[in-house]
Write a protein that binds this ligand. Structure first.
Ligand code: ADQ
Length: 473
């Protein structure tokens, strides 16, 4: 079996005692690598005075890691800049928050070359290379120009935007042409795959061959491969003390009230302002629910160096304060708004104590919280998932109460419906969703992608050199 080299922007292994405040990618990838005895290569998250390309090798949580440090200008231009201020908002349909700057684009190219240069000596001829996410879209092409003919795949964890939005990027054609150096590109849902294909067919003289798109001599397979949970992680948590304690603590503090829970990174794509407004509408229109329910919103801050993230934090502080000011009584707080991370087991207990799981992103590649909420429920008395129609997860979790996250009325109706849903209907919906997430878990995800990546491409396909080699300064 070939060795896997996984590459992502950050390498984040859970170390003991650390609160598990990591993104969905980190959680899923660690599980996949443990299975394949591979190496995880990426940025350590540390800053260095001057980039040296020195690699630190470690083994943590059963996974071998190889990390590099980046210098301040790299972090500013590549990570805070092009990744988080240009691509992230644009790919989440937020053209209003998208910042176009040449420094950002230059930093992105520079760091992608630095990744390619540092990774190159680690690659052996039979290795499968799996690159992750929007930070590293051109990396495959940079490895090809350095002569690597390995099978190289890419998985996009976030949505792919419609062509009309993508074209506001000055270098959109170069970026997408570089992506066609990959042998396989994986998407979370068919909607994002189709949007990518539309762009390619529109902009290039490309042909469709089955699941592949061919440009000249390069053939790239476009695969729909939704990411899943490490379900065994969750079934183990059912028996943990931390889970039971978190669940009991919440049940006691709820004092018989029904809990609605939201768990999200503090990010404008997650629709948190709209969610708070919908909850306010529910309390306004349904006085009978006051004092009977409360919303627990857990939202650890992320990307605090980016101004739009500072803004959303201020907005949510104000909104939760004003809703509590308007509706609270001496012994009832309508919104408990918490800005901290929790361990997986605690999170499991929190999900399990909640009658309603509220997951209403405006756009989301997948959204693992939706799946985690389902996995954590007691099948005998499950809570109800209220899910945005614009999360990738909605294509799989069709038995959720699906809502339009832009409409306060729709979300409020969805919560009310979930709160009054009879037990038999809750059980039926939960069982169907649990089956789906158990079958298509994180192992299914990595196996499906890796099988596609390992497939013999056929004799007619030879690697094409894309882009030009660049001097490193
Ligand atoms: P994210 O945008 O980070 O991931 P998501 O899929 O919801 O979004 O994953 C968040 C993860 O962080 C979940 O596993 C959740 O449990 C964890 N988390 C959130 N708040 C936490 C807290 N307070 N304490 C501890 N853990 C917390 C990106 C894409 C998604 C895609 C994933 C994986 O934006 O659409 O699902 O990658 O592909």
């Amino acid at each position: 079996m070939s060795r896997l080299i996984a590459v992502s922007n950050r390498v984040q292994i859970e170390t003991e005692g650390e609160s598990a405040n990591r993104g969905g990618l980190a959680v899923a990838l660690a599980a996949a690598l443990r299975e394949s005895n591979g190496i995880w290569f990426g940025w350590s998250g540390e800053q260095t005075e001057e980039f040296t390309g020195q690699i630190t090798f470690r083994r943590a949580d059963g996974v071998a890691t190889a990390t590099i440090d980046l210098e301040a200008q790299d972090i500013e231009e590549y990570y805070n800049g092009f990744a988080n201020r240009t691509l992230w908002p644009l790919f989440h349909y937020r053209l209003d928050l998208t910042e176009i700057a040449r420094d950002f684009a230059g930093g992105y190219e520079r760091v992608n070359h630095r990744f390619a240069d540092t990774l190159a000596p680690l690659i052996e001829p039979d290795d499968l290379i799996w690159v992750h996410d929007y930070h590293l879209m051109p990396l495959g092409a940079h490895l090809r120009t350095r002569g690597f003919a390995n099978r190289i795949g890419f998985f996009l964890h976030i949505p792919w935007p419609p062509a009309s939005l993508l074209m506001s990027l000055p270098n959109h054609r170069e970026l997408v042409e570089a992506m066609l150096a990959y042998d396989v590109i994986g998407f979370q849902s068919d909607e994002w795959r189709q949007a990518f294909l539309d762009y390619v067919m529109n902009q290039f003289d490309a042909e469709i061959e089955g699941e592949c798109v061919r440009l000249g001599e390069r053939r790239t397979r476009l695969l729909v491969c939704p990411i899943g949970l490490d379900v065994s992680d969750f079934s183990g948590a059912v028996h943990s003390l931390a889970m039971k304690q978190a669940q009991t603590r919440l049940m006691v503090s709820a004092a018989g009230r029904e809990m609605i829970v939201g768990v999200d990174r503090l990010d404008y794509s997650k629709g948190l302002q709209e969610r708070f407004a919908a909850y306010e509408l529910l309390l306004t229109n349904r006085p009978d629910l006051r004092e009977k329910v409360f919303l627990l919103q857990i939202a650890p801050p992320s990307r605090g160096d980016v101004p739009s993230y500072q803004q959303i934090r201020a907005d949510l502080n104000a909104l939760s304060g004003s809703i509590n000011g308007e509706f609270a009584s001496i012994d009832w707080t309508p919104i408990r708004y918490v800005n901290q991370g929790y361990s997986r087991d605690e999170l499991f207990g929190i999900y399990r104590a909640a009658r309603v799981g509220l997951v209403t992103p405006l756009r989301d590649g997948m959204n693992l919280v939706a799946k985690e909420y389902v996995a954590a429920q007691d099948p005998a008395d499950p809570g109800v998932l209220v899910l945005s129609c614009f999360a990738g997860a909605a294509a799989q979790l069709t038995q959720a109460v699906i809502v339009n996250p832009h409409s306060s009325e729709d979300i409020a109706d969805g919560i009310a419906r979930a709160l009054s849903m009879p037990l038999a209907e809750r059980q039926e919906r939960h069982q169907a969703m649990l089956e789906c997430i158990t079958q298509q878990d994180v192992r299914w995800w990595s196996r499906t992608f890796m099988e596609a990546l390992a497939e013999d491409p056929g004799p007619e396909v030879v690697p094409r050199l894309v882009g030009t080699e660049r001097a490193q300064g």
